[in-house]
Design a binder for this molecule. Structure first.
Ligand SMILES: Cc1cc2nc3c(=O)[nH]c(=O)nc-3n(C[C@H](O)[C@H](O)[C@H](O)COP(=O)(O)OP(=O)(O)OC[C@H]3O[C@@H](n4cnc5c(N)ncnc54)[C@H](O)[C@@H]3O)c2cc1C
Length: 497
């Protein structure tokens, strides 16, 4: 560990800002977090859940899953944080427990211990993380401070060098704070582009694709003495016109998310309490969780729109567009929330940044390039994979709304539609194989948990062959009905309205 004691300013004190600051402070840097939201930390996570104003991060009141890649980073780098989370009622949902439900005689491999989901509300995670970071005494946290731009040297034809931030404390004039490095962790609505242009840098290139869904989420608490109906899983289903997910949380809580296309107006009824409950009860997988004998709602229905897959590029043609400024978390890259990868991507980038800074404390160009290489290797493939998946999901949605079957891959003339074939292999080959073949389940969950790369899933020829064999047997199985058809759901929602 080097003791360079550089001054680093982190913009945004949410998950990415906190973990980034902690990782940098652990390697000996002096770190200040500037957070726009002025609300102080509530006394308990439950108080935070009920009343914490987090306007700067409104997604805190939506369903969150925390994947194994992030769980392992917490366990290995900040074991005290894991202890805190577990003491607050967070739970570890292990691959072993999941696998044993379907494979009672399963033999496990050492790497199976890596696949652990952290069941915890997003508010609880941030509350515990902030407490933990403050308790280390290594990071200064200033809230109610909004960053409004950068202080920079004129680049004179070279990339401008950021030397600090401009900031405003509520009701006061703008001031500035000097820094050797500024880390933008101000989330998906970052103003980084404007700030860079204002100091003479080019507008960063942003690769962006609409996720094709809006989110509606509601939290519930299990009644005393009642167990989770399905204790070991995150449960999700895609009906083509609607996605649904159940996310186990801490302290007997869980949340349900229903997601549909933003332009599918009648389905927006799920943004209202009665519509949400009617839809939830009509989905067999969700219904058993929301029965009044099992759980009770503890929140209103929360909606969120404008969801995109985004990758922001601060390095172009092998050169940083500005020096002394990097980005982590949602500001750098984020993808469809339904896959639950945002916080894990933030954790990965935060440690990549701290390691790059340790290697290049005095060379902002080398730091930017080192971080970029790690982000391209570790984060960008997930965004690219999600963009492809979301494009296809939009086509599926449109086909379902036209009354077509997006899984029918054989034409009357014997031709094969490759996109429909790929969908059919996933739905009628991979999904059943998850219940029939432990190796397929293992490979699938390792990708879900970001332990293996997205392309690893079917890259092993033996596994691909087993999934195709499962697909070939599709006519021998009864069709799985995940829920009502879209027409039936529209009737259910119309009645609820
Ligand atoms: C609906 C939804 C569901 C999600 N589900 C999951 C999930 O299941 N699993 C998962 O891992 N991730 C999920 N995510 C993503 C996850 O919430 C984020 O990746 C995570 O919060 C990390 O984001 P962040 O810290 O980069 O930004 P944010 O959490 O958005 O925080 C940005 C912070 O910066 C502050 N800020 C903004 N501008 C300024 C400024 N000018 N000056 C100072 N401070 C500023 C804001 O107040 C805020 O506190 C979901 C996201 C959404 C939208």
């Amino acid at each position: 560990m080097t003791e360079t004691g550089k001054r680093i300013v982190v913009v945004g004190g949410s998950v990415a800002g906190l973990v980034g600051a902690l990782a940098l402070a652990r390697s000996g840097q002096r770190v200040v977090i500037l957070e726009k939201d002025p609300t102080p930390l509530p006394a308990t996570p439950d108080e935070a859940f009920d009343a914490w104003e987090r306007r700067g991060a409104p997604q805190v009141r939506h369903s969150h899953a925390f994947l194994a890649r992030m769980y392992n980073l917490i366990r290995d780098r900040e074991p005290e944080l894991l202890r805190r989370l577990l003491a607050l009622g967070a739970e570890e949902i292990t691959f072993r427990a999941q696998a044993l439900r379907y494979f009672p005689d399963a033999t496990f491999e050492p790497r199976d211990d890596e696949a652990v989901l952290l069941a915890c509300r997003r508010v609880t995670l941030e509350w515990a993380l902030r407490q933990h970071v403050l308790a280390t005494g290594l990071v200064e946290f200033r809230d109610g401070v909004e960053v409004t731009g950068f202080v920079a040297d004129d680049g004179n034809g070279t990339p401008p060098r950021v030397r600090g931030v401009r900031m405003r404390v509520r009701g006061s004039d703008e001031t500035s704070l000097a820094a050797d490095l500024v880390v933008d962790a101000s989330g998906r609505r970052t103003r980084l582009g404007d700030w860079l242009v204002a100091i003479g840098a080019p507008l960063p290139r942003v690769v962006k694709q609409a996720c094709g869904i809006f989110y509606s989420s509601r939290f519930y608490r299990l009644l005393p003495g009642v167990d989770r109906p399905n204790p070991d899983s995150v449960i999700g289903a895609d009906l083509g016109y609607m996605k649904c997910g159940i996310f186990p949380g801490d302290s007997g809580t869980f949340s349900v998310t229903l997601a549909a296309a933003p332009d599918d107006d009648p389905l927006r009824e799920v943004l209202n309490g009665p519509g949400f409950e009617a839809a939830a009860r009509a989905l067999p997988m969700v219904a058993e969780w929301v029965r009044p004998e099992v759980s009770t709602p503890i929140s209103d229905v929360q909606g969120m729109a404008s969801l995109n897959d985004v990758r922001r590029h601060l390095v172009e043609n092998g050169e940083p567009i500005a020096l002394g400024i990097v980005a982590i978390g949602d500001s750098l890259a984020h993808a469809n929330p339904i896959t639950g990868r945002g916080c894990t991507l933030a954790w990965i980038a935060a440690y990549a940044l701290a390691e790059a800074f340790e290697r290049h404390p005095d060379d902002p160009r080398a730091l930017a390039l080192d971080l970029e290489a790690a982000v391209e290797r570790e984060c960008a493939p997930w965004v690219r994979a999600q963009i492809a998946q979301d494009r296809d999901a939009v086509l599926v949605n449109q086909a379902v709304r036209r009354g077509e079957d997006p899984y029918r891959f054989e034409g009357a003339d014997g031709s094969v539609d490759p996109a429909a074939f790929a969908r059919s292999v996933l739905r009628d080959g991979l999904v059943p194989a998850l219940r029939e073949d432990l190796d397929v389940l293992r490979a699938f969950l390792r990708v879900v948990h970001m332990l293996d790369a997205p392309e690893d899933l079917l890259s092993r020829p033996d596994l691909a062959a087993r999934v195709l064999a499962s697909h070939a047997r599709r006519h021998e199985r009864a069709a799985v009905v995940l829920g009502p058809s879209r027409a039936e759901m529209l009737e259910i929602l119309a009645r609820a309205a």
